[in-house]
Ligand binder design. Structure first.
Ligand code: IDC
Length: 461
């Protein structure tokens, strides 16, 4: 059966073609094309084109090839919708032969014209896959695979704020426990496949906070480069089933409005790029300081809509006054936020502490605030607020017990080998490949690892 379909003027631009899906990442692909010049005459020829699908069944196909000589044109084709643009020829499957099960063939053909010689095309692609006559199996472990069963992201799915809690896909409150990077501009070498495997598998971390400083040789020096580094760290977390907090690590200057334009640029980009991921949480200003809650709130109300426009359902963390102390470090308290919350939904407020510096009065503020505000401890240290000094074990344990009891999520500063007490690894660890043995841990690292690696028991119904 020949059905005459499309008559194209030579050189016409391809129009009206259905856009066909390419091969799915999961599908086995492969095809064979037999191109036969069945007859030829002065300036004209007829070609038969037999496509055999060797891969998984395709529904909707698109065969493409390039004429080997610029003077060759499709004049009239059959059993496909034919078009030509320059030397590029497309034949699209029709409603009666658009589905090709494994092993099935479609016989098409066309009448062509030529001005010089009439060679055969060199190669053919079917839905973007070159027809080599053999099958390519799908990658066994593509990096975009859904996380393995049982990981934090596989279990909890897309998160949302419910009341004052962070809730999972079953609308049940959960607590995420994990680690923050140090400044990625300084400690990039600490974030590689081996260290991330250790974080996911040995530490059983639920969470990986990516601290992207804006100043101090950070984002402002190379916006595109830092954006792409953050994105690849989000992917590394996703591949291991961990949540990723994208931390716009403002610190000095303390007024986040100083970086408002940068924040809009950065978040519109990362939110668009990561919108379909379930593992992303946005933290829009690490630690506002020397600035009023009103100014912070104003910043938040400008940045949040930028994220929402691209990624409507992700949880967003808003920094608070006094280095994200809910104002306590500035002599205020949580009431300023309770009385004037950010005008947005699905957000949480950051609370940060350093256990050797921040003790009972700060714990009291968190205990009070926890029933009024959704809190997220996106950064804390076991040491002093400088990031150095000795670990305060008693205060650290009091804090962690409180956070567990209140189901407040946390990330510890830092998963790095910085030469300071807050680092989890001894200096030099990131020059090697051992992130798993107890010998590489600092005192802080050992305590935090023992806390984070205990069973999560996430609710699943
Ligand atoms: C510290 C680092 C330190 C670095 C300093 C300035 O540990 O190596 O020199 O920043 O960039 C925070 C901040 C966090 C601080 C940390 C410890 O969010 O950037 O890291 N800290 O001082 N808030 C309270 C403490």
């Amino acid at each position: 059966m020949k059905r005459l379909l499309v008559l194209l003027a030579a050189g016409a631009t391809a129009v009206g073609l259905t856009t066909l899906a390419g091969p799915s990442a999961q599908a086995a692909t492969g095809c064979k094309v037999d191109y036969t010049i069945t007859s030829q005459w002065q300036g004209g020829f007829q070609a038969g084109v037999k496509i055999t699908n060797l891969g998984d069944s395709v529904s909707g196909w698109n065969l493409k090839f390039t004429m080997a000589d610029a003077g060759q044109k499709v004049v009239q084709g059959w059993n496909a919708t034919w078009s030509q643009s320059g030397s590029a020829v497309t034949a699209a499957g029709t409603d009666w032969n658009g589905t090709l099960p494994t092993g099935a063939s479609a016989d098409l053909g066309f009448v062509g014209s030529f001005t010089g010689s009439n060679p055969k095309p060199a190669s053919f692609t079917l839905n973007g896959v070159t027809c080599t006559g053999s099958v390519t199996d799908p990658p066994t472990d593509p990096p975009t695979d859904p996380p393995a069963t049982g990981t934090p992201v596989a279990t909890n799915g897309q998160l949302h704020v419910c009341g004052v809690n962070l809730c999972n896909q079953y609308n049940r409150p959960i607590q995420l426990r994990g680690m923050s990077t140090h400044g990625i501009q300084w400690f990039g070498k600490c974030y590689n496949d081996t260290s991330l495997d250790a974080l996911a598998e040995d530490w059983k971390s639920d969470l990986f906070r990516v601290a992207m400083y804006v100043q101090e040789q950070g984002y402002e020096t190379d916006p595109a480069g830092f954006t792409s580094r953050v994105n690849s760290m989000v992917d590394m977390a996703e591949a291991r089933g961990m949540y990723a907090v994208i931390d716009f690590h403002t610190l000095t200057p303390g007024d986040p409005n100083y970086n408002l334009d940068r924040a809009k640029t950065f978040f519109s980009s990362v939110a668009a790029r990561n919108a379909n991921k379930k593992n992303v949480i946005y933290e829009i200003a690490n630690e506002p300081n020397g600035v009023s809650w009103t100014a912070i709130k104003n910043y938040a109300e400008q940045v949040i809509p930028v994220i929402r426009a691209a990624d409507p359902d992700a949880v967003i963390i808003v920094g608070t006054r006094g280095w994200s102390s809910l104002g306590v470090s500035d002599g205020s308290n949580e009431s300023e936020v309770v009385n004037s919350p950010v005008n947005a939904t699905n957000i949480m407020y950051a609370f940060h502490f350093y256990a050797a510096s921040h003790k009972d009065d700060y714990r009291a503020a968190v205990s009070r605030a926890a029933s009024r505000l959704p809190l997220f401890v996106s950064e804390f240290g076991t040491v002093s607020a400088t990031g150095g000094g000795a670990m305060d074990r008693a205060s650290s344990i009091a804090w962690l017990d409180l956070l567990d009891q209140l189901k407040i999520s946390y990330a510890n500063w830092t998963y790095s080998d910085a030469d300071e007490g807050s680092a989890a690894f001894k200096p030099g660890t990131c020059n090697g490949s051992d992130y798993s043995s107890s010998g590489v841990l600092t005192e802080s690292g050992a305590l935090i690892k023992s806390r984070i690696s205990s069973t999560d028991n996430f609710p699943t119904s």
